[in-house]
Design a protein around this ligand. Structure first.
Ligand SMILES: Nc1ncnc2c1ncn2[C@@H]1O[C@H](COP(=O)(O)OP(=O)(O)OP(=O)(O)O)[C@@H](O)[C@H]1O
Ligand SMILES: [Mg+2]
Length: 243
């Protein structure tokens, strides 16, 4: 079977900065693949190119066997490719429960008119339980801690029934207990067949959870392998130490 995600020769420049420079890699079905690399190596830009937030200058992206290069983010979300952001993006002025509802594709009008299907209402309830957020369901997202907001963003992404989830630094700025919770939910969904591509600087987290690990430096893949291969690879050490 072909890979779930195939990135081929992606290039993206911002003025004279070539943020992504001929990046090529694949993500296999039902893997938890890590994408690591020094600050500024192009990880977030790659996520933006893959998920339709930015058009590439060159290169192709295929998802589930279809060319999705340049397809907009909303359409990809509905096709099962979703992502979280390095700075968690939730609607601060909506409650926790409303954030999940909107993520299921309901308009704000429907949200307040309460015209939700029973199935979606149940899913919101289930996610609130599962993520232990039932007691904060009616709080505004702006009232949550940063870690809780990241968790809510992750829960919201699940409302779209994705097959591939891209997480941009899920543990950054999150306390250790919340990191464990996040890890638990990723493992759960992985066991249910979801594929993950995770950008993460916390190497312990990567080593525990991810295989394979793809290493990016200056906008291109320099190595891919198991966590232990990556840790002992001189190219990778150079990329990090060379800054
Ligand atoms: N919208 C933009 N306009 C101009 N330059 C940008 C833009 N987005 C990213 N860059 C530049 O592209 C390069 C790659 O940035 P990117 O955010 O993709 O890196 P990253 O690997 O995600 O870094 P970090 O680990 O710090 O999050 C950097 O030099 C950055 O300054
Ligand atoms: Mg980034």
């Amino acid at each position: 079977m072909a890979a779930l995600l195939e990135v081929e020769g992606l290039i993206k420049s911002f003025g004279s900065v070539r943020a992504v420079n001929q990046a090529s890699f694949t993500v296999q079905h039902n893997s938890i693949t890590a994408l690591i690399g020094p600050n500024g190596s192009g990880k977030t830009t790659l996520f933006n190119l893959i998920t339709g937030y930015l058009p590439p200058d060159q290169g192709r992206v295929r998802f589930a066997g279809r060319d999705i290069t340049g397809v907009d983010a909303g359409r990809l979300y509905r096709r099962g490719l979703s992502r979280t952001f390095q700075q968690a993006r939730v609607f601060p002025q909506l409650t926790v429960q409303e954030n999940l509802t909107v993520a299921a594709g309901y308009s704000w009008g429907q949200l307040f008119g309460r015209r939700m299907s029973k199935a979606d209402r149940q899913r919101v309830g289930q996610l609130l339980e599962e993520f232990r957020m039932a007691h904060v369901a009616d709080l505004f997202a702006s009232e949550l801690s940063y870690g809780q907001r990241k968790l809510l963003e992750f829960a919201a992404v699940l409302m779209s029934s994705p097959s591939l989830i891209l997480l941009d630094e899920p543990t950054a700025g999150v306390n250790p207990v919340m990191i464990e919770t996040m890890e638990h939910h990723i493992r759960d969904r992985y066991a249910a067949g979801i594929t993950f591509l995770i950008v993460e600087h916390d190497m312990n987290f990567v080593m525990r959870l991810c295989d394979p690990v793809i290493v990016l430096d200056q906008g291109r893949e320099i190595f891919a392998g198991t966590p232990s291969d990556v840790q002992s690879n001189p190219l990778v050490l150079d990329a990090y130490l060379g800054g």
